[in-house]
Design a protein around this ligand. Structure first.
Ligand code: CP
Ligand code: NVA
Length: 304
């Protein structure tokens, strides 16, 4: 594993290694055991979109591992004035040990990996959010004890989260059922992968069907970053695609609810369900730190 660009690139073994190391680093952090795996190393963090969790967890994670993170707002970089991503990749490769980027087009992330000579980490694109899904899988395993054989239900937009959850869940042998409106289905590349997973995947527009017997229900906002202009249109299209008490009544008794955050209460999730599952949701947010530290150690080359 040289980069973290999308879940489709990872093997089951890559995912399990990251989750195991994430668990270990979390345990050690909580017991005051400090590591300097990334001493003297720097991570460039390029942001074309807003962020709370991604920025703070990566910056804190690098610091805890003995390294340093540089917050680079795209609007203040030459990239924001049109310098090609290919040149930015080659320049940053001369200074830094890794690049984390949050942007719109997946191609930009893939180009960084092609032209740069250091590990590239996708901190969210319109297509994928692999860091979040690694934290989600870590949280599910932490609460349920295992992943294989569990049913994951995704409700809502067939966006970056849906694309990454479907692939991530299937790769660790979960059953995945996604309910999306017909005009907002997951990416064709993801559906193509999912259909080859021996009947473990189902796509529907019926939320109740998707939630039936689920062990974990996951949702995301109706309008993602960059889609603010479509808010009204999307609010209409996503009516009924909500995680609420009624939906949970058909899921397994101990069903978890996760949300990558930020959440819009009474849109994709009711305040009641959000608060009832807040412990799980904020464990999920915390696990961004631990799962990403594992990714950083694995990619930026510190000894374990
Ligand atoms: N979930 C997530 O990526 O959060 P931020 O947008 O705050 O980074
Ligand atoms: N789908 C959301 C995820 C935010 C973490 C977005 O892209 O805005």
């Amino acid at each position: 594993m040289k980069h973290l660009l999308k879940m489709l690139d990872l093997s089951k073994q890559d995912i399990m290694e990251i989750l195991n190391l994430g668990d270990q680093l979390k345990y050690e952090q909580k017991h005051g055991i400090r590591h300097r795996h990334l001493y003297g190393k720097t991570l460039a963090m390029i942001f074309q979109k807003a962020s709370t969790r991604t920025r703070v967890s990566f910056e804190t994670g690098m610091y805890q591992l003995g390294g340093h993170a540089l917050f680079l707002s795209a609007s203040e970089l030459q990239i924001g004035r049109g310098e090609p991503v290919q040149d930015t990749a080659r320049v940053l490769s001369r200074y830094c040990d890794g690049i984390m980027i949050r942007t719109f087009a997946q191609k930009e992330v893939e180009d960084l990996a092609e032209y740069g000579s250091i590990p590239i980490i996708n901190g969210l694109t319109d297509f994928a959010h692999p860091c979040q899904v690694l934290a989600d899988l870590m949280t599910i395993r932490e609460h349920k004890g295992n992943l294989s054989g569990l049913k994951m239900c995704y409700i809502g937009d067939g966006n970056n989260m849906a694309n990454s959850l479907i692939v991530g869940g299937l790769k660790v042998d979960m059953t995945v059922c996604a309910a999306t409106p017909k005009d907002y289905q997951p990416d064709a590349q993801v559906l193509d992968f999912a259909e080859k997973c021996g009947g473990l995947f189902r796509l529907t527009d019926d939320c109740m069907e998707a939630a039936k017997d689920a062990d974990v229900i996951i949702t995301d906002v109706w309008a993602s970053m960059g889609q603010e202009g479509e808010r009204e249109k999307r609010a209409k299209a996503f009516q009924g695609f909500q995680v609420n008490k009624q939906l949970l009544s058909v899921a397994n008794k101990e069903c978890m609810v996760l949300h990558c955050l930020p959440a819009h209460r009474e849109e994709e999730i009711t305040a009641e369900v959000f608060e009832a599952h807040a412990d799980e949701i904020f464990d999920e947010a915390e696990n961004r730190l631990h799962a990403q530290k594992a990714v950083l150690v694995k990619l930026l080359g510190g000894a374990q």
